[in-house]
Design a protein around this ligand. Structure first.
Ligand SMILES: [Zn+2]
Length: 393
C-alpha cells in the first residue's frame, strides 16, 4: 500500500484509497491475519499521509519499516474475539484457535477494545491491551510534605528538598554497569563482518542489552516519580533546556540520565493524583541564589560543587542549595520568586484557584510567616524546613 501510494505521489497523481484485501491474491500470507489487523494498517497509513499533507515540516512522508526494528500490529475486539483467561494465563486472539501463554503483569476489569502485539528488536513479544473501564483512578495518598524542590544533576540523578530536609538520589548502579556492557557490545558488533552469523548474534546481544537498559531506566523513573508525587503536594523542578544541553559535550550522560522522561512522568502523575507540578522559568537562577539571604552569585561556575555566599558567609552544596530554592518556590515564598518571568503555574501551592476562600486564607497565613521571617533573619534553614506550614505554627 505504501509503495503504491508513494509511486502515485511521485508521479503527482491523485492518491487513491487502497484496500488491503486486493493484495490477498498476490500475498497469501495476508490471509493469515484477521481483517481488523489489515484495516488498522490501512488507517495508520492514511493518517500518515494526511498528517504529511497537513504539515509537511513536522510529518515526513511515511517510510518502509526495517524488519529488524520493533514490529507490531493492532487488532480490535468483536464478539469476544480477544479474551484473557486469567486463571490459565492465556490470551485469545483472532485467527488463533488456541490461547497464547502469557506472562500477565496485572489483572484488569473492563471491556477489551483492542490489543497491540509487538515484537521488539531483541526478539520478545508483548501484548498491550486497551480496555474501557469505569474506575480508572488510582488510589490517592495524602501527601506528607507540602512542597518539594528537585534539582537534576549529572553527578547524582537528583537532589530533593522537602518539608523533612534534603537528600540526594544516586544514579542506579545497575544502569551504570549496564551502560559499560553496552559499550563493550557495540565495539564487539563493529568488529564483526557485516551479514555474518556472528554479526547477527552480536546484534541480538546488543539489542537485548538496549532493551534491558531502557526497561530498567523506565522502571527506576516510574518508581521515583511515583514516590515523589505520593509524598509531596507541590513539586517544583527547573525547566532544563534539554535540547540546548544535548548539543554540548555533556550530551551523552544527559541523554542517558532520562531527565525529560522523568519530568514528563512527574507531570502526568501530578495530574493523575491531584498534585501541582511547577516548572520554573529556565532563567530562574536556582543554583546561583543563596537560599539563606537571597544574594545572587553571578560568579558561580558550572563546575563549582560548593560555594560560599559572599553576602552572608553560608557555605552551600550547589545541588542542595538549588533544590532548596526550588522548594521555596513551591512554598510560595516571595524572596525567591522567579526573577524574569512568572511561574508556569500560577495556582496557589495547594491547587486552589486564587479566588478560593482557602487560598485567601493561605495567602494571609503566608504574609504572617513572611513578616516573621524578616524579623528573625538569623533563623537557620533547618528550623525553617521543620517549621512546616502543615502544623499551622
Ligand atoms: Zn547568602
Amino acid at each position: 500500500m505504501l509503495d503504491e501510494k508513494l509511486r502515485a505521489y511521485k508521479k503527482k497523481e491523485r492518491i487513491q484509497r487502497i484496500i488491503p484485501a486486493k493484495y490477498k491474491e498476490e500475498f497469501p500470507f495476508l490471509k493469515d491475519v484477521d481483517s481488523f489487523a489489515l484495516c488498522n494498517v490501512q488507517l495508520q497509513l492514511e493518517k500518515a499521509f494526511k498528517d504529511h499533507f497537513r504539515n509537511r515540516k513536522q510529518f515526513k512522508l511515511p517510510k518502509f519499516k526495517k524488519k529488524r526494528d520493533k514490529q507490531s500490529y493492532t487488532t480490535n475486539n468483536t464478539h469476544n474475539s480477544i479474551r484473557v483467561d486469567f486463571e490459565r494465563s492465556l490470551l485469545y486472539l483472532p485467527k488463533l484457535r488456541e490461547g497464547v501463554k502469557i506472562e500477565l503483569h496485572r489483572r484488569f476489569e473492563g471491556k477489551i477494545k483492542s490489543v497491540t502485539i509487538s515484537k521488539t528488536a531483541d526478539g520478545k513479544y508483548y501484548a498491550s491491551i486497551l480496555i474501557e473501564t469505569e474506575n480508572r483512578r488510582n488510589k490517592v495518598v495524602e501527601p506528607k510534605s507540602k512542597a518539594c524542590g528537585i534539582d537534576l544533576g549529572l553527578e547524582h540523578f537528583a537532589t530533593v528538598t522537602n518539608d523533612f530536609g534534603s537528600y540526594k538520589i544516586e544514579h542506579p548502579k545497575y544502569l551504570r554497569k549496564g551502560e559499560e556492557r553496552l559499550k563493550r557490545l557495540q565495539k564487539s558488533l563493529s568488529r564483526k563482518q557485516k551479514g555474518s552469523k556472528n554479526s547477527e548474534k552480536a546484534r541480538l546481544r546488543l539489542a537485548r542489552q538496549h532493551a534491558y537498559i531502557s526497561n530498567a531506566r523506565n522502571d527506576f523513573l516510574h518508581k521515583l516519580s511515583k514516590a515523589i508525587i505520593d509524598e509531596n503536594q507541590v513539586v517544583v523542578v527547573e525547566d532544563i533546556n534539554v535540547k540546548g544541553l544535548l548539543k554540548s559535550r555533556l550530551a551523552k550522560s544527559i541523554s542517558d540520565s532520562g531527565w525529560s522522561k522523568f519530568l514528563s512522568y512527574l507531570k502526568y502523575k501530578a495530574e493523575w493524583y491531584g498534585r501541582t507540578f511547577i516548572q520554573v522559568d529556565r532563567f530562574f537562577p536556582s543554583s546561583k541564589l543563596c537560599h539563606r539571604c537571597g544574594h545572587k552569585n553571578d560568579d558561580l561556575a558550572l563546575n563549582d560543587r560548593t560555594w560560599c555566599c559572599p553576602a552572608c558567609g553560608e557555605t552551600h552544596d550547589r545541588d542542595v542549595n538549588a533544590s532548596i530554592n526550588l522548594y521555596f518556590v513551591g512554598l510560595g515564598r516571595p524572596e525567591v520568586k522567579p526573577v524574569e518571568q512568572a511561574l508556569v503555574d500560577d495556582r496557589s501551592p495547594t491547587g486552589y484557584l486564587k479566588s478560593h476562600p482557602a487560598a485567601k486564607q493561605e495567602a494571609q497565613l503566608k504574609k504572617v510567616e513572611q513578616s516573621a521571617l524578616h524579623c528573625g533573619s538569623s533563623v537557620r534553614l533547618p528550623d525553617l524546613l521543620y517549621q512546616s506550614p502543615q502544623t499551622g505554627q
